[in-house]
Ligand binder design. Structure first.
Ligand SMILES: *[C@@H]1O[C@H](CO)[C@@H](O)[C@H](O)[C@H]1NC(C)=O
Ligand SMILES: *[C@@H]1O[C@H](CO)[C@@H](O)[C@H](O)[C@H]1NC(C)=O
Length: 294
């Protein structure tokens, strides 16, 4: 097959995955084999094209289904090797119907966005970095809650601590990313929040570092080699902005979004207020699933 044809087919595979995820249809056995066969060629696609397809998959309300399909077809280890290594480490099988925290976070996001109301790519990239930081270094749920509140309010950690200490809801105990609550005092809590914030930024840098990405699956001899980084620098900087406020003191002039109603127009263009609000809500509602208000 001529290269140009091959790339054309490969681009169609990503589109097929995206559409299948959205419409919840299944691939036939033959198609599945075909997709698996060509999956290695995905890395030859143009980065801009990959970014666009990934955004279609993750920002429009079918992120969980898309991640499951990418994993099932062996595409995740090429497109997002760091996240693929999380699946492997957790013994998540190709056709696993269970969930995990990464999938739960994206399923939460899916409930807040839709094909006509997408989120900005900075949100899902930020969620990936946050999840990786948490899965590498599990935390007290109170630390996660305080971090979210501080992201939401533009870095006012003392306010975040005050609010977080009033949380009485139990956290979701099914995630190994969350430790048993330890009744941290305010100072220890803030220290942990700062450390979490630093490690989210560190993960974000790693996700955009080809060398680091190429090591993610190196432990698994059967995994294909991939040093895929499709996140452009401008997007990386934008995602950093979401979290920068935590650790660098309250942002001057930043007024947290009031109320729970999402302004979808602002969310789709990546307004810092909306993205921070939605991030905090997605994480908070994943950690404390029965919680409807905060
Ligand atoms: C993919 O299919 C082609 C023929 O259609 C075959 O030659 C090739 O070995 C297959 N590759 C893999 C990795 O299965
Ligand atoms: C967070 O704290 C741990 C343990 O104290 C330390 O090893 C790690 O380097 C810190 N992470 C960051 C990103 O500062």
């Amino acid at each position: 097959m001529a290269l140009i044809h091959l790339l054309f087919f490969v681009a169609r595979i990503l589109r097929a995955v995206r559409i299948a995820a959205r419409l919840e249809f299944r691939f036939s056995k033959d198609t599945a084999r075909y997709v698996k066969n060509l999956s290695g060629s995905v890395s030859r696609l143009d980065k801009t094209r990959i970014m666009m397809e990934m955004n279609y998959m993750l920002a429009y309300g079918s992120a969980e289904a898309s991640l499951r399909l990418l994993w099932k077809f062996g595409l995740l280890e090429i497109l997002l090797p760091i996240q693929a290594s999380y699946f492997v480490q957790n013994g998540f099988r190709r056709r696993d119907t269970r969930s995990n925290m990464l999938l739960s976070l994206f399923s939460r996001l899916d409930k807040l966005v839709a094909p006509d109301k997408p989120c900005h790519s900075s949100l899902w990239v930020g969620m990936l970095a946050f999840h990786k930081a948490l899965s590498d270094n599990p935390r007290d749920p109170m630390v996660v809650a305080t971090f979210c509140l501080a992201v939401h309010n533009g870095g006012d950690t003392s306010e975040a601590v005050k609010i977080a200490k009033r949380i009485t809801k139990p956290h979701d105990k099914s995630y190994h990313e969350l430790l048993e609550p330890q009744l941290l005092d305010s100072r220890a809590l803030v220290n942990e929040v700062m450390n979490l914030s630093a490690s989210v930024k560190q993960e974000l840098s790693r996700m955009t570092d080809e060398y680091y990405v190429s090591k993610a699956m190196a432990k698994y001899p059967k995994a294909p080699y991939s040093d895929m980084v499709f996140i452009p620098l401008a997007l990386y900087l934008r995602v950093r902005r979401i979290f920068e406020c935590v650790g660098e003191g309250k942002e001057r002039g930043f007024v947290a979004k009031q109320g729970r109603k999402i302004n979808h127009e602002l969310l789709s263009i990546g307004s810092l207020h909306e993205v921070r609000h939605t991030f905090a809500r997605v994480v908070f509602d994943t950690v404390y699933p029965l919680n409807q208000k905060y």
